[in-house]
Design a protein around this ligand. Structure first.
Ligand code: CLF
Ligand code: SF4
Length: 531
């Protein structure tokens, strides 16, 4: 395995030759269970090449069966999110707890950005919609239930939907998210339904912290408040994670980062969920605004800045594999992460008749992706060889504009988000993403939007794009951000390393100085805006 492959999460999605994993019988432990149950405990190397630290923390290599489970899942594999799509079916309106960051009118903030779900679905509607989307979107690989309430507070609809999808489109991966309160009671049923990916939102293990996040829970028809509510919730979350893990289900934990409430506590939370068997942790920034009508929004509780989020990630990464490409999706999201197509697939727009069976198309798409992955991996490995002689301490931060297929192929002016990578001689590592308004809205650029984009990329040394206009090129350069089109249409990681190769040469010649500690802080939190 190449060093870069390890940095990006072992063989997460980068091993097209992995054999498919056989389905697990209910109750059958996953063959990888013991390996995943241990924390890797890797220390930061003394010669860490990444300026932000923790870049050399190497997650353990994935066993083949686990690699097969994450390979085509856009949330469990950062690499897969360039190629594969998910659909969320909003069949779960009710919830059994109250979070201070949630208002029922809005999507579940565990798995979504604030925005009203355009329509709630019955299980029959959901199955019809999934089949219609699957016929049009061959990159679809995952069907998820992520609200708008809690999937396991709506078990009848949730399981009817899961069973229907499994029956009609067995090649699609089933996924769901939950707050975990009802998880222990549903582990067996989830396994029997064929679910191998579950996200549990865990924001605390300390009830003193919890009572500042959860005013109440409902258990067996009884409302429980205060610390006792959080104690019960935490106990059930950890027991549920352990139960899933024992049955071979990959558990992702989402933790909402709430500055001043749980940010300092999250390393403890990460350790606890890892010990329980969580596979990956996703630290999501709190989205909070008065117009959402949430307790936090109305009381002025803010979300973290991009820099604060990175600090929390650095504190947690020692103990867990981290997800850094979450888009905080709507509960009715459709498409690849970051390209939301839910409006094109409302019930009213679905074709009246049964959708065609598109399994063969999906299989063909997987073949195409497999070839693209091979090309990208070879380009990346060749680029790493070329920068092997760069100083160990040299690193740079590079933003990339992409349309989502794993290439540098977006025009600067059309980009609504940038993926941000730290690059060193070991390779490129995703550190997060920055959202911004598209600069180019017509023939004339919008100067305000350009300012926003430049501020959002303030900590970057370069931005790699397919094209950039003369005016933004000059303003980016004036802000110390080098716009580059030299890597246009190259695979992202190879492109970032290729840019770094030239950067390292210029540093060696004394033409540019590497940025020291204390980069400018980007002005935007790395979160999505309401579409
Ligand atoms: Fe959906 Fe969640 Fe499954 Fe993914 S989303 S239920 S694990 S299929 Fe993914 Fe969206 Fe982030 Fe969730 S980007 S909000 S982590
Ligand atoms: Fe809202 Fe989800 Fe919390 Fe329930 S678990 S209150 S739906 S954020």
């Amino acid at each position: 395995m190449s060093p870069l492959n390890v940095l990006n999460g072992g063989s997460l999605g980068n091993s097209p030759r992995d054999p498919p994993s056989p389905p697990l019988a209910p109750g059958q432990p996953h063959p990888a269970a013991p390996a995943l149950a241990t924390a890797h405990g890797v220390q930061q190397a003394a010669n860490c090449g990444f300026a932000r630290g923790c870049g050399d923390v190497q997650p353990p290599a994935l066993l083949d069966d686990v690699a097969a489970l994450v390979r085509d899942h856009p949330c469990y594999s950062e690499e897969a999110h360039h190629h594969f799509a998910r659909i969320h079916v909003a069949v779960a309106p009710a919830c059994n707890i109250q979070c201070h960051y949630c208002h029922r009118k809005y999507d579940c903030a565990n798995e979504s950005r604030p925005g009203v779900v355009s329509e709630r679905l019955t299980p029959d509607d959901a199955i019809r919609k999934v089949l219609a989307v699957a016929a049009e979107v061959p990159e679809l690989s995952v069907v998820g239930i992520a609200g708008p309430g809690d999937a396991l507070a709506n078990t009848e609809a949730t399981f009817a939907t899961l069973e229907g999808i499994r029956r009609e489109a067995p090649d699609l991966t089933l996924c769901l998210s939950t707050n975990g309160l009802a998880l222990p009671a549903n582990v067996d049923r989830l396994v029997a339904a064929g679910v191998r990916h579950v996200t549990v939102t865990v924001n605390m293990t300390d009830p003193e912290v919890g009572e500042r996040i959860y005013p109440w829970i409902v258990l067996d028809g009884k409302k429980i408040r205060g610390r006792e509510a959080s104690r019960i919730l935490s106990e059930r979350q950890l027991a549920g994670i352990a139960g899933l893990r024992e049955r071979g289900v990959l558990v992702k934990v989402n933790s909402v980062v709430i500055p001043g409430v749980n940010d300092a506590h999250l390393p403890d939370v990460t350790r606890a969920v890892r010990a329980a068997g969580a596979f990956i942790v996703n630290l999501v920034p709190l989205i909070s605004a008065p117009e959402h009508g949430t307790h936090y929004g109305l009381t002025g509780q803010r979300g973290p800045t991009a820099e604060e989020l990175e600090r929390v990630q650095a504190g947690c990464e020692i103990d867990a594999r981290l997800m850094r490409h979450c888009r905080q999706c709507r509960a009715d999201a459709v498409g690849r992460l970051g390209e939301d197509r839910f409006e094109a697939f409302t019930l009213a727009k679905l074709p009246p008749g049964p959708a065609r069976d598109a399994r063969e198309l999906r299989a063909e798409r997987r073949e195409v992706v497999s070839r693209a992955r091979g090309i990208a991996a070879r380009a990346r490995d060749a680029a790493i060889l070329r920068v092997a002689g760069a100083p160990a301490e040299l690193s740079a931060r590079v933003a990339v504009a992409t349309k989502g297929g794993g290439l540098v192929d977006q025009h600067f002016g059309h980009a609504r988000e940038f993926l941000v990578y730290d690059v060193a001689r070991e390779g490129a590592r995703l550190v997060g993403r920055r959202t911004t308004d598209a600069y180019c809205t017509g023939n004339d650029g919008d100067d305000d939007a350009l300012d926003v984009a430049i501020r959002a990329l303030a900590d970057c040394d370069a931005v790699l794009v397919a094209k950039v206009g003369h005016c933004p090129r000059g303003q980016l350069a004036a802000a110390g951000i080098e716009p580059s089109t030299d890597q246009a249409f190259q695979p992202i990681e190879a492109a970032a390393i290729a840019w770094f190769e030239g950067f390292a040469a210029r540093v060696a010649r004394g033409e540019v100085a590497p940025r020291k500690a204390g980069r400018a802080e980007p002005s935007t939190a790395p979160r999505a805006e309401v579409a």
